[in-house]
Design a protein around this ligand. Structure first.
Ligand code: NAP
Length: 340
């Protein structure tokens, strides 16, 4: 199932308010919206980026072509006064998400801040809400997934026209081992490396897909799982391709899932006594989830992940991206949900 993407201008340029503009997908999405001719206003933190590395001037450079306003998305007053400023908007596009996935932050951002934004957007005349979510919420076992789902439900029930985009795995989440493999270390896999599969989607292809939601009526009031082009690939295939690109024989180290279970178990028990460890236990559960669950559409009847039922969009493949990285192109910014 292949979705079509166009990188052309929008036939109906709109005033678009963007949240999460400084994240990986947010940056690409702002570029896609600007390219399509929309009038884009980004609402960001005064210190943005991983570890707050970006001052407002840095963020403004990153988000060229868009207006940048700073404030606190968790504070309804700041959203109204510093963000929307009493102006009218046509659409809200959100790539906002907790950077850690830790339960408290996920509920504050993925759920709470989005509820604030929905209310503020309604008052600003917004009639369309495009939400970047995640395919993994279809099987919610983790707190951040429950937080995302709770907001998805609120958005669906709000009456606002919505497009809830649930992508598969991003390239950055599948590129964490390139440096260690380049150094001659083995590629780490859980089990035999074929426990899971995904259809990786590039930042730019996903950004185009999100931006196109504003013009494509077939994506109105829909929950949209979406992957990148080509067949689903396993971690083992990712490792094999990396070794081939480096011209070396494949070398894998197999990590038993039971080891993750033990870590989750110990931290889970200790976390009942020490709150700081409860958060670490949840992060270990996130690691276990990605080690054992595929990022593909789940068939509710069979309980199996179904690559054929997972729609594809775009043109950029993970293996082309690996080739660029091996040749020395800049590595992607990481820092969240990284298992390796
Ligand atoms: N990684 C994957 O493979 C994958 C796959 C499918 C779906 N997803 C989902 O895609 C979404 C976005 O991913 P991403 O990689 O683009 O995220 P990201 O790079 O971590 O960016 C998150 C964005 O949210 C903002 N944000 C976080 N906490 C905030 C706060 N307290 N106040 C204001 N802004 C805040 C960040 O702003 P700052 O720059 O100020 O921190 C940043 O702009 C997530 O929902 C994730 O679950 C990820």
């Amino acid at each position: 199932m292949m979705e079509t993407t166009t990188r052309t201008r929008s036939p109906h340029p709109q005033r678009v308010f963007v949240l999460g503009a400084t994240g990986t997908i947010g940056r690409a999405t702002v570029r896609a919206l600007v390219r399509r001719g929309h009038d884009v206003v980004c609402f960001i933190r005064p210190r943005a980026g991983v570890g707050g590395a970006l001052a407002p001037g840095d963020s403004a450079k990153l988000l060229a072509g868009a207006a940048v306003r700073t404030g606190d998305v968790t504070d309804p007053k700041s959203l109204a006064q510093d963000g929307f400023k009493g102006e009218r908007y046509d659409a809200l596009v959100s790539c906002l998400a907790s950077r850690t996935g830790a339960p408290k932050d996920a509920w504050a951002i993925d759920h709470g801040a989005h509820l604030n934004a929905l209310e503020a957007a309604r008052r600003a005349g917004v009639s369309r809400f495009v939400l970047l979510s995640a395919i993994c919420v279809q099987k919610p076992l983790l707190e951040f997934q429950r937080a995302k789902l709770a907001f998805e439900k609120a958005l669906i029930e709000s009456g606002m026209v919505y497009s809830i985009v649930r992508p598969t795995a991003f390239f950055k989440s599948l590129s964490g081992q390139i440096e260690r493999v380049k150094q001659g270390k083995p590629f780490l896999v859980f089990g035999d490396g074929t426990l899971t599969a995904c259809k990786p989607i590039s930042d730019e292809d996903l950004a185009d897909y999100l931006a196109e939601c504003l013009d494509d009526e077939s994506r109105a009031n829909r929950v949209l799982p979406i992957g990148g082009p080509g067949d689903a690939i396993t971690p083992r295939q990712q490792g094999e391709r990396l070794f081939a690109l480096l011209g070396r024989p494949p070398k894998f180290r197999h990590v038993p899932v039971a080891m993750l279970d033990a870590i989750v178990g110990v931290l889970g028990t200790a976390g009942r006594v020490l709150p700081a460890l409860a958060e670490k236990a949840e992060l270990a559960r996130i690691g276990r989830y990605y080690a054992t669950e595929s990022m593909l559409v789940l068939n509710p009847n069979t309980g199996l992940y179904d690559p054929a039922a997972t729609p594809s969009t775009g043109t950029e493949t993970l293996f082309d991206f690996y080739e660029d990285l091996v040749k020395g192109a800049a590595a992607p910014e990481r820092g969240d949900h990284a298992v390796f």
